[in-house]
Design a binder for this molecule. Structure first.
Ligand SMILES: [Fe+2]
Length: 371
């Protein structure tokens, strides 16, 4: 059995508790997609060991390679030839041709990438494994202020119940490390924007893949503009002035206190002016009490919004390779990890980015005439 991805985990009580389940030969819980997918891939496994061996045998023949063709837009910025590969018609573009450690010194390149990011909600890069953690921070600083591991410093989770907080990076304390291995499966599955339980949630997030599974573990993104546009007009009219309560999980507690924040349901994007649906049912529990919405109506409205989450037409899916890096706009997309890769290993590093303009950090809604 492989060792934990970071030596700090070897003595960590949370890691050890979960490892006990593995040592007892129990498969991962089917309450999590990681366990459910494993069960569907190898239903004949009577023990965890048999499941691991059965699934690894299925994946044994995988080799790395490239074939087929993609459509991309060639463009030249600051004398550098780029290839822009759209992942889906409306969101997600992989930018090929840049070295993020050296090619962002020209402000023209930074503003090109920011425009593309606003337009496509999430941009990705490949082949950036050479970037050190400090160079990731320097990349992020071109776009905003690097936040704490969960954004603003008003609430910095210190929960012992979140595995992702157990690996400390002393030289980069703002970095969150997300490990997952055979003993302790771990993935942020479920549509959400990062830390919306903060009063001023992070503008964007950056994720770097340091170790990728040979198959699975993609991150999916869902466009919040389309989610808003896809709602029936009568529903839009009903909810546009409402606010909702976003509540963090036990892993987001600071000194035992669970964070919560109230945000508008329809949100105006502070840079593009577009309206987005700002309800992610990973964190939203209810509408604010002041609206006095009946339980039945609340249920029905939340269900209508939930049905917009993850529609294939609104989403793109990014396949990770070692050295792939994604930067997304938390004001414009939801995201979720695809929890389908157990028992393979996956190791990610995340930074949050706060808007340089502090007056734009708090979500608001300004009705548009065109809505
Ligand atoms: Fe996330």
């Amino acid at each position: 059995m492989s060792e934990p991805q970071d030596s700090q985990l070897a003595d960590n009580p949370l890691y050890l508790r979960q490892k006990e389940r593995a040592d007892a030969n129990k498969p991962p819980s089917r309450n999590s997609p990681l366990g459910a997918v494993a069960q569907s891939r190898f239903p004949e496994g009577r023990s965890r060991r048999e499941m691991v061996e059965g699934i690894l045998a299925q994946d044994e023949g995988l080799v790395e390679g490239h074939f087929g063709s993609v459509h991309y837009i060639p463009t030249t910025v600051c004398g550098i030839d780029l290839k822009l590969e759209p992942l889906q018609p409306s969101i997600g573009t992989i930018v090929h041709g840049l070295d993020l450690a050296t090619d962002l010194n020209d402000p023209e390149m930074v503003s090109f990438l920011r425009e593309l990011w606003l337009q496509r909600r999430v941009i990705m890069f490949r082949g950036q494994a050479h970037l050190s953690r400090q160079q990731m921070v320097e990349f992020a600083q071109h776009f905003g202020e690097v936040g704490a591991p969960f954004g603003e410093r008003e609430h910095i989770p210190n929960s012992p119940h979140d595995l992702n907080q157990q690996v400390k990076v002393p030289e980069i304390p703002n970095m969150l490390v997300l490990p997952s291995d055979e003993r302790v499966p771990n993935a942020a599955t479920g549509w959400h924007c990062d830390a919306t339980w903060q009063t001023r949630p992070p503008m964007g997030s950056i994720l770097m893949c340091r170790e990728s599974p040979p198959i699975g573990g993609d991150t999916c993104f869902c466009d919040c503009y389309s989610m808003w546009e896809g709602l029936p007009l009568v529903t839009k009219r009903r909810i546009e002035g409402l606010t909702a309560v976003h509540v963090g999980g036990v892993g987001h507690q600071m000194d035992g206190k669970t964070p919560a924040a109230i945000h508008p349901v329809a949100r105006t994007h502070p840079e593009t002016g577009h309206t987005t649906l700002y309800v992610q049912q990973g964190f939203v529990r209810r509408f604010a009490e002041e609206h006095e919405i009946t339980e039945d109506e609340e249920k029905s409205l939340l269900l209508q919004m939930k049905m917009q989450e993850g529609r294939p037409e609104y989403t793109c899916r990014f396949r990770w390779e070692e050295g792939s890096l994604a930067m997304w706009d938390n004001r414009a997309v939801l995201h979720t990890a695809s929890g389908d890769f157990w028992p393979h290993r996956r190791l990610m590093e995340r930074l949050t980015i706060l808007d340089f303009d502090a007056t734009r950090r708090r979500p608001y809604y300004a009705r548009q005439r065109t809505d």
